[in-house]
Design a protein. Structure first.
Length: 693
């Protein structure tokens, strides 16, 4: 094979030119790849012996898209649309040979080819929406011309990877070739195209499907309506829809202009910057500087969970879902039965929704064994404690575990706030102890805070991170402090929410700007959902907070039909006169004249103290990097991904602005409020959290 450039090879077999891209790890369409394709194609066209061209990739995948690392840098010719135009205008048929994933710009290149063949394991998709973008190299104009506008809308707004069989049925793939025989299959297909003198099929010229939709604007209206909740706050889905609309209503070249304009708008905007940042942050989070590949991970074949309450049950489900047997320990048969019953019910609900096969319900439940004897955990490789949040109880459990667990077993606590070092001190093997902080509901939420104790061994950390991946979580490594990263920052927000109640804001006044900012709900709605009685008891209640008084009135949140809000049968919330009265009484008792607090103040006082706490977390090295904090907030608390997490958001506001506001609000932020020196230093130097290396 001759070399076109460092990443592209060209060979000719029986009149078929094969242009091969080799740019690990994912053959992203970097400048060299784009240049390689164009030059390879030109040579093939110039060679009279060549009758058709196959475009194929080495390594694990077909091109997985534009090279995201080049975004934001000055574009270098040939740029992607030119590459695709060159392919489409070739006077010899070009056939894309797809394996792995043809994504984004990669699929757009394939759509520029005259024909596409793929192996059955291949997948196609336009995932740009996840980067806050739209397919910017003709994808929004070509895709609906093949699969029709409805399917195209679904693909561009979901970013889903569509399997080869479905792609074939939709006309996106012309022929499936046997697994492992892509090259030979593609060459054979190319020969067939030549032998049958098939036309140079240009997707841009296929108009019947878009024309058929021209008189049906309801396609778009209905789609927008059906997805309004899902797309709330995001720009990219709407822009993608507009492009498909343009494909339907405008000639191809006009549609391309619309696509380009909207693409550039998104690319220059803060949402896409945030989502691209998150793409890399999600990959960086797994990298632990002092733990290299030389640290061997331990096999985890059997797991123990202590406590079958809210968390224990959900935690156990994660492992059963991954095919790992779990032994669950409780203190009383009744609690055990209840816990196991909830798990079964959860699986059955999933099955009823068609998301799990009935036989899988039994398979998963069959992997769970309940017991009242801690001794039954003797052969577990990992034991996760999820008992009451009480240090004495946890230490007692770990003391017992120390005597029961086999050597080499990982002993983990799901504590939300407690000192993992102190828990570890109850054992003779603190290097085997770690925090694995799942979020509720533990079988659903993606986040896992992996809490590294002072003495936790590297092997235990590495195994925990690897295991998190296996059970489909995103793990963030954090250090020991009260509440770790997520709950510690949450506490800063909660204390402001409480303070603003006393100053004159109602719970719904506080919740509104946070919801509009993009959070799934504000702090008071969240309290109602979780239950206001967590950690509350009638016997010890002292009527000293609004929450306590609400609980005393049996307004314990959504589950009792009332909390901060009143709820109807469908659990729709509405402001409550009862709560309003209580809040006003508290303000009067505190001698405060209620004032109207602006939405801007509510937002800033909710978010900036959190950012300040995040900076302290970095100073104390509780988190490895600002982007790890952002991953915690996006995946554990529903921070809108298009705002990139609290630390990224602070960068967009400007750290000097954050500091100035914190100083302005300081008298209201509580007696023990202090500004993080790190935040002040960065602000003074005109730097961002992202500049911290
Ligand atoms: N550009 C640059 N680097 C990329 C990349 C891309 N498009 N896609 C992946 N990478 C990098 C990752 O950052 C990672 O780097 P690291 O090893 O240094 O952390 C490495 O490739 C491997 O990626 P993953 O860890 O994600 O590997 P997986 O095997 O788990 O997944 C994948 C492979 C499914 C291809 C996944 O990487 C992926 O989804 N990539 C992004 C695809 C995408 O969004 N494409 C659209 C790009 S935008 C576009 O094309 C615009 C156009 O329309 C104009
Ligand atoms: P829960 O009260 O629902 O469940 C605790 C269970 O542990 C009870 O069923 C109890 O019978 C059992 N238990 C108590 N002592 C035991 C022992 N010695 N041996 C065996 N079982 C015992 O509590 P929840 O909410 O599940 O919390 C458990 C832990 O998870 C706590 O540390 C909590 O802070 C933490 N957590 C809770 C979250 C939540 O949202 N509920 C989120 C993340 C962590």
């Amino acid at each position: 094979m001759g070399a076109i450039n460092a990443v592209t090879g060209l060979s000719v077999e029986d009149g078929i030119a094969i242009v091969t891209i080799n740019y690990p790890p994912v053959n992203a369409l970097s400048h060299a790849v784009r240049e390689g394709i164009v030059n390879g194609l030109q040579q093939a066209i110039a060679d009279a012996a060549v009758k058709a061209v196959v475009l194929i990739c080495d390594g694990r995948t077909f091109m997985a898209g534009a090279d995201i690392t080049e975004f934001g840098k000055p574009p270098k010719a040939p740029w992607l649309p030119e590459v695709i135009e060159a392919i489409e205008n070739s006077n010899k048929p070009v056939i894309a040979a797809i394996h792995g994933t043809a994504l984004g710009g990669g699929l757009e290149v394939a759509l520029g080819c005259h024909y596409r063949v793929a192996v059955p394991a291949a997948k196609c998709g336009l995932p740009e929406v996840h980067l806050g973008l739209l397919p910017g190299a003709g994808g929004t104009q070509r895709l609906p011309r093949i699969v029709g506008p409805e399917k195209a809308l679904e693909m561009v707004t979901s970013g889903a990877h569509v399997d080869a069989k479905t792609s074939h049925a939709a006309g996106l793939i012309d022929e499936l070739v046997p697994e492992g025989q892509l090259r030979a299959g593609a060459i054979a297909y190319a020969k067939k195209v030549v032998a049958e003198n098939r036309p140079l099929k240009k997707v841009r010229d296929l108009n019947d499907k878009v024309e058929a939709a021209r008189s049906k604007p309801e396609i778009f209206a209905d789609f927008r309506k059906a997805n309004a909740r899902k797309f709330r706050g995001f720009l990219a889905p709407e822009y993608n829809i507009r492009c498909i609309e343009a494909a339907v209503n405008l000639p191809f070249d006009e549609g391309i202009k619309t696509e380009r304009k909207l693409f550039q708008e998104l690319m220059g905007g803060v949402q896409s910057a945030a989502q691209r940042y998150v793409f890399f942050a999600e990959r960086q989070v797994w990298k632990v500087p002092d733990i290299g590949d030389d640290v061997q991970t331990l096999p985890i074949a059997k797991v123990g969970v202590i406590g079958a309450g809210t968390m224990g049950g959900g935690i156990a489900m994660n492992f059963a879902n991954a095919g790992i047997p779990v032994t669950i320990v409780e203190t009383k048969q009744e609690a055990l039965d209840r816990g196991l019953g909830v798990i079964r019910k959860n699986y059955e609900t999933t099955a009823k929704r068609g998301k799990l096969k009935p036989e899988d319900v039994e398979k998963r439940v069959g992997l769970l064994t309940g017991t009242l004897e801690l001794e039954k955990l003797a052969d577990c490789d990992l034991i996760i404690e999820a008992v009451f949040e009480n240090m004495a109880v946890k230490k007692e459990v770990f003391g017992k575990l120390d005597k029961i667990a086999k050597p080499g077993a990982i002993l983990a606590s799901n504590t939300s706030y407690l000192d993992v070092n102190e828990i570890a001190s109850a054992t003779t093997r603190p290097e085997w102890v770690i925090g694995l902080h799942f979020f509720s509901p533990a079988n659903v939420m993606r986040l896992l805070e992996v809490v590294r104790g002072e003495k936790t061994s590297k092997q235990v950390v590495a195994t925990s991170m690897q295991l998190a991946k296996k059970i489909g979580k995103i793990a963030v490594l954090v250090g020991v402090c009260h509440g770790f990263v997520g709950n510690r920052m949450l506490a800063a927000r909660q204390s402001q929410a409480q303070a603003m109640l006393v100053e004159g804001a109602m719970p719904w006044d506080v919740d509104k700007p946070l919801y509009e900012f993009g959070m799934p709900m504000g702090p008071f709605a969240m309290g109602d959902l979780a239950g206001l009685d967590i950690g509350w008891s009638k016997e010890t209640s002292t009527s000293s907070t609004v929450r306590e008084v609400l609980c005393e009135l049996d307004r314990r949140g959504q589950k009792t039909g009332a909390g901060f809000y009143d709820y109807d049968e469908q659990r729709n919330a509405k402001p409550s006169p009862v709560t309003e009265k209580i809040v006003k009484e508290f303000a009067a008792k505190a001698g405060v004249t209620p004032r109207q607090i602006s939405e801007q103040e509510i937002l800033e006082r909710s978010l900036y103290p959190m950012i300040n706490e995040g900076a302290k977390i970095l100073e104390e090295k509780i988190a490895l990097r600002p982007s790890d904090i952002d991953i915690v907030w996006i995946n554990g608390y529903g921070w809108p991904v298009y705002r990139g997490g609290p630390m990224f958001y602070a960068d967009t506001v400007g750290l000097a602005n954050v500091v100035a506001k914190l100083k302005e609000y300081a008298p209201k932020l509580g007696a023990d409020f202090t500004i993080s020196p790190l935040l002040e230093q960065l602000a003074a130097a005109g730097k961002r959290f992202q500049d911290l290396k």
